[in-house]
Design a protein around this ligand. Structure first.
Ligand code: SAH
Length: 204
């Protein structure tokens, strides 16, 4: 049953160290299984692992979604840029936290699928654009938070340029070996801190 599976998923990410109650509540509300296209949906939509969503792409592992979201400490009303919409699941979690989300996806079929599910599920505060995210989405900049779910080799300058003063950004960086990097823009300067080792698809 999706509801009980979802509660077990929340318990699992909590047991793994996610403490922010707003994040846990959002994870308990978003119907993750519906973000996985029919063709790929099996019985394990709420397992703590990534799953295929077509086009050789995956929906991220619940723990990593929760972890990145918690690290960004998203407040209601904040404006967020996501690069790598994929299934739309991460965007839905951010919308549950009350954020206005702009998400860019390079694969048209995924952008369309995510956009349709987000609309059906009532996440009207998410706008999805088909395009290359390495240039960000200048029209809506600056952003309070930028969250990237595909890995560039180095931090793209176009993205840090679209961060508001006091804004924060989290992204996986690297090639075969990657780690999360957390940045903060303070007095026009970027402070950078390395975090967990991770494994994401490369940013194209
Ligand atoms: N956040 C997603 C998981 C994304 S997987 C979710 O919740 O389901 C990473 C996604 O990044 C893939 O869909 C891939 O197509 C996309 N991607 C890769 N390079 C990109 C780029 N340069 N611009 C935008 N999206 C990109």
């Amino acid at each position: 049953m999706p509801e009980s599976d979802r509660q077990s998923m929340v318990e699992q990410v909590r047991a793994m160290g996610i403490r922010d109650r707003r994040v846990l509540k959002a994870m308990g509300r978003v119907r993750r299984h519906l973000f996985i296209p029919d063709k790929f949906r099996r019985g394990d939509s709420y397992g703590n692992h990534p799953l295929p969503i077509g086009y050789d792409q995956t929906i991220s592992q619940p723990y990593i979604v929760a972890y990145m979201t918690e690290k960004m400490n998203v407040r209601p009303g904040e404006k967020i840029l996501e690069i790598g919409t994929g299934s739309g699941y991460q965007a839905a979690i951010l919308a549950e936290l009350g954020a206005q989300v702009y998400s860019v996806e390079t694969i048209r079929g995924l952008a369309e699928h995510a956009s349709a599910v987000l609309k059906e599920e009532g996440y009207h505060s998410v706008k999805v654009r088909h395009g290359n995210g390495n240039q960000g989405w200048a029209e809506h900049a600056p952003y309070d938070v930028i969250l990237v779910t595909c890995a560039p080799a180095t931090v793209p300058e176009a993205l840090t340029g679209q961060l508001r003063e006091g804004g924060r950004m989290i992204l996986p960086v690297g090639g075969y070996r990657q780690h999360l990097v957390i940045l903060r823009k303070s007095k026009g300067k970027i402070e950078q801190q390395d975090d967990l080792p991770v494994r994401f698809v490369p940013m194209v």
